[in-house]
Design a protein around this ligand. Structure first.
Ligand code: 0L1
Ligand code: MG
Length: 268
């Protein structure tokens, strides 16, 4: 995906959109899609909004610890009606520990995804291959992501969702940390249980054929944005299955083949 597109809105509009998204996030109040007011918004504009949101949160003391690839599997693309992957940033304030209770009253309509996360031991920049990603990976581990679109009815287009930091809300690292060459990430199976019942089943190959391809895609988008992926980043490759909606009282367990499992519960 190239971000070499015309800017359709000025900096003031970018700042206004970033503030709109941040307010919706902070007060858990849904807003209409940004493209309803800015119909010509391009993907490049959307990433400008995401960057402005990131700068605002950093000014308020949040620390970017990594990134996420989103919409990288067919089940996710089919669920959301979008066919191009994207990226979002992750801050320390979004992290929750495994086995914890996650509050939902500060989110609009949370959904949970099972993902494979990479922790890097080298900076990655420019256009990189899957093998270069694997060579720069210290370890991989399971993660749950709790996404929360800030748009009414969880309905959006690609431009709006990218501006909304790809629906990033919370993430939960867990399970076993393992070397990336210790198993074939394409055949890592995951069973996602919702209140003890199997809700979704998938395998790593759903994520662009191999989860490391999603990280390579992400590094390419960062390059288009004039950014690099720093050494020590925590990077999620994207949901293996469709996302599962949760409410107070629910529990989610994701069981990964050979990589352990993560459980969280949800509370008001
Ligand atoms: O992490 C994800 O795959 C979500 C990307 C944005 C789309 C959505 O909110 O489902
Ligand atoms: Mg995700």
């Amino acid at each position: 995906m190239s971000l070499d597109q015309p800017k359709t809105v000025d900096e003031e509009a970018i700042i206004r959109m970033a503030e709109r998204v941040e307010t919706a996030q902070r007060y858990a109040v849904p807003i209409r899609k940004l493209t309803e007011d800015y119909p010509d918004l391009t993907i490049a504009d959307a990433y400008r909004v995401q960057t402005a949101l990131r700068r605002n949160l950093e000014k308020k003391g949040e620390r970017v610890i990594g990134w996420k690839a989103g919409l990288t599997s067919k089940p996710k693309m089919a669920q959301m009606g979008v066919s191009t992957p994207g990226v979002g940033f992750l801050t320390d304030a979004m992290e929750r520990p495994a086995n914890s209770k996650i509050t939902v009253s500060d989110m609009i309509h949370p959904r949970v995804e099972a993902e494979i996360a990479f922790v890097t031991n080298k900076e990655l920049s420019g256009k990189v291959t899957r093998d270069e990603v694997l060579a720069a990976t210290d370890y991989v581990q399971p993660a749950l992501e709790v996404i929360d679109s800030r748009f009414t009815g969880f309905k959006f287009d690609l431009e709006s969702v990218l501006a909304d930091n790809s629906s990033s809300a919370r993430y939960v690292p867990g399970g076993r940390m393992i070397r990336p060459d210790a198993l074939d990430l394409r055949t890592v199976g995951v069973v996602l249980e919702h209140n003890g019942e199997i809700a979704e089943i998938g395998a790593g190959a759903e994520v662009l054929g191999h989860p490391a391809e999603a990280i390579a895609m992400l590094v390419g988008v960062l390059d288009d944005m004039g950014e690099v992926l720093p050494e020590g980043s925590f990077v999620m490759a994207g949901a293996i299955t469709a996302a599962v909606a949760v409410k107070p009282g629910d529990s989610i367990t994701a069981r990964f083949y050979e990589m352990g499992s993560i459980t969280v519960t949800f509370t008001e």
